[in-house]
Design a protein around this ligand. Structure first.
Ligand SMILES: NC(=O)c1ccc[n+]([C@@H]2O[C@H](COP(=O)([O-])OP(=O)(O)OC[C@H]3O[C@@H](n4cnc5c(N)ncnc54)[C@H](OP(=O)(O)O)[C@@H]3O)[C@@H](O)[C@H]2O)c1
Length: 385
C-alpha cells in the first residue's frame, strides 16, 4: 500500500485511513466495546491501517464524551500505538445528543486536555478544530490550539468543515497540516475541487470524510451501478471500492477515512489503491449523474413536485436514509401535503434522524408548528436523542 504524507509533517501513513465515528454515535448500531476493540486491532494488524480519525464528540451525549477515544486507547496499547497516527477533534459539545459547536479558547483547552486523558497520551498527533464556531472568530479558536501546541500537547493542527476563506484565515495564524471535509464522487462540485487544489498547492492534506457516501447513506452508492457499467472502464469493481480508488487518483493530497464495522468491507476498502482507474474515468466520475442532480434542478426551477419525485427515487436506493426522509418531509409539507409529510417525518425518525434543534428551527415547518403530529414527532425525536 502506498503512503501519504500528512501536510508537510514527518508523518507518513497508508493511503486509506479509518474513520471511527460509527463505533460510537448510534445507540442501536454501536458495536460492543470488545467487538469494536477487536475490529480496531484487526484494522491495524491485518489490514495495515496507520491513520485513525476520531473526536471527543464521538459519543452518545455529553456524559459519554471521549467514548470513542477511550476505545482507541484500549485497542492500541504498546507497540501497536507506535504504528498508528491518531487524529482527534475538539470543538463540539453534545447536549442531549445534539451537536453544538463551541470554539471558545477556554473550552478547546479543556476539551484537548480531556482528549489527552481519554487517549492515554501526553501528545496528540493531529488535533483538529471540529467545526468553526459561528460565535467565535476562527483565529481565536486556532490561537488556543497554537498555545496547546507550544505546550507540547498537540503535535500538528488541522481544521474540519471549513470554507476556503476560513482555511486561509486559519493559515494566517499558524501552519495547518490538514483539513477534514466531505469528499466523494457523488458530492463532488466546483467548490470542493477548488479547496482540494488549494490544499495540493499548499502542502495540506485533505482528509476526505464520508468517502463512500456517508454515515447511514453508503448504500445509496448502489444507485450508480448502472451508470458505472455504461460509462467506466473499471466497471465490475464494487462501487464503494471504486469510490475510494477515485479519491486516491483524484489528488495526491487526499486521505480517505472510510468508516466500517464490517471486516469484509474493511478488507476491501484497504485494497482500493490496487484498482486501476484511468484518468478519463476519474474525470467522468466527477459528473456521475444521480437523483440528487434532479433534486438540484428541481430546486433551481422551484418545482416542488419534481423535487419530491427525485427524493422518492433516492429513497428507492436507500430506504433507510433518515436524511432523505427528512428532506422529503420538508418538501411535502411545503407542498401542503401534510399527511404524507408527517408520515415521511415519522420514517426519518424511525431511521435514526434525531436532529431535534435543526427540526425545531427549520423554516419549512413554520406552518405546522402547532400541529399535534409535529409536536409528537419532536417528542419522539427527543426520546431517541
Ligand atoms: N469532521 C466531521 O465533521 C466528520 C463528519 C462525518 C464523518 N467524519 C469522519 O469520517 C469518517 C467516515 O465518514 P462517514 O462514516 O460519515 O461516511 P462513510 O465512511 O462514507 O460511510 C460509512 C458507511 O459506509 C459503509 N461502508 C464502508 N465501507 C463499505 C464497503 N466497502 N461496502 C459497503 N458499505 C461500506 C459503512 O457500513 P458498514 O459498517 O456496514 O461497512 C457505513 O455505514 C467517520 O467515521 C469520521 O471519522 C467526520
Amino acid at each position: 500500500m502506498n503512503k501519504r504524507q500528512i501536510g508537510t509533517t514527518a508523518l507518513f501513513v497508508n493511503e486509506i485511513g479509518y474513520g471511527s465515528m460509527n463505533l460510537s454515535i448510534d445507540r442501536k448500531q454501536r458495536p460492543s466495546q470488545s467487538d469494536a476493540i477487536a475490529l480496531l486491532q484487526r484494522a491495524v494488524d491485518e489490514y495495515g491501517v496507520e491513520f485513525i480519525d476520531t473526536a471527543d464528540a464521538y459519543a452518545l451525549g455529553e456524559d459519554d464524551m471521549g467514548y470513542c477515544e477511550r476505545l482507541i486507547a484500549g485497542a492500541l496499547q504498546g507497540e501497536r500505538r507506535e504504528r498508528v497516527v491518531v487524529a482527534t477533534k475538539g470543538g463540539f459539545t453534545r447536549p442531549g445528543g445534539a451537536w453544538k459547536p463551541d470554539g471558545r479558547p477556554e473550552y478547546l483547552r479543556r476539551a484537548c486536555e480531556k482528549s489527552l486523558a481519554a487517549l492515554g497520551t501526553d501528545r496528540i498527533d493531529l488535533y483538529q478544530l471540529h467545526r468553526p464556531d459561528p460565535a467565535v472568530p476562527i483565529e481565536e479558536s486556532i490561537g488556543a490550539l497554537v498555545d496547546l501546541q507550544r505546550e507540547g500537547k498537540i503535535r500538528h493542527i488541522g481544521v474540519s468543515n471549513v470554507s476556503l476563506e476560513q482555511l486561509k484565515t486559519a493559515m494566517g495564524v499558524t501552519e495547518i497540516s490538514s483539513i477534514q471535509n466531505p469528499l466523494s464522487f457523488p458530492f463532488y462540485d466546483e467548490s470542493r475541487g477548488t479547496l482540494l487544489t488549494f490544499c495540493e498547492e499548499h502542502g495540506i492534506t485533505y482528509i476526505a470524510y464520508a468517502p463512500v457516501g456517508g454515515h447511514r447513506n453508503a448504500s445509496m452508492l448502489a444507485e450508480f451501478d448502472e451508470w458505472i457499467a455504461e460509462n467506466i472502464d473499471a466497471a465490475g469493481i464494487p462501487v464503494h471500492q471504486l469510490a475510494l480508488a477515485w479519491l486516491l487518483r483524484l489528488s495526491p493530497a487526499t486521505l480517505p477515512i472510510p468508516a466500517t464495522t464490517n471486516p469484509g468491507h474493511l478488507a476491501r476498502n484497504m485494497r482500493a489503491g490496487d484498482i486501476p482507474l484511468a484518468s478519463d474515468d476519474v474525470e467522468k466520475l466527477k459528473h456521475a449523474r444521480s437523483w440528487r442532480n434532479d433534486v438540484e434542478e428541481a430546486l433551481a426551477a422551484g418545482d416542488l413536485e419534481k423535487e419530491i419525485a427525485a427524493m422518492r427515487k433516492g429513497l428507492s436506493f436507500a430506504p433507510e436514509s433518515g436524511v432523505i426522509w427528512y428532506d422529503l418531509s420538508c418538501a411535502l409539507i411545503k407542498a401542503g401535503r401534510l399527511t404524507e409529510g408527517f408520515d415521511a417525518l415519522e420514517s426519518a425518525i424511525g431511521n435514526g434522524f434525531n436532529h431535534l434543534e435543526h427540526v425545531r428551527s427549520d423554516e419549512d415547518f413554520a406552518a405546522v408548528r402547532d400541529e399535534p403530529r409535529f409536536q409528537a414527532a419532536l417528542d419522539r425525536m427527543a426520546a431517541i436523542s
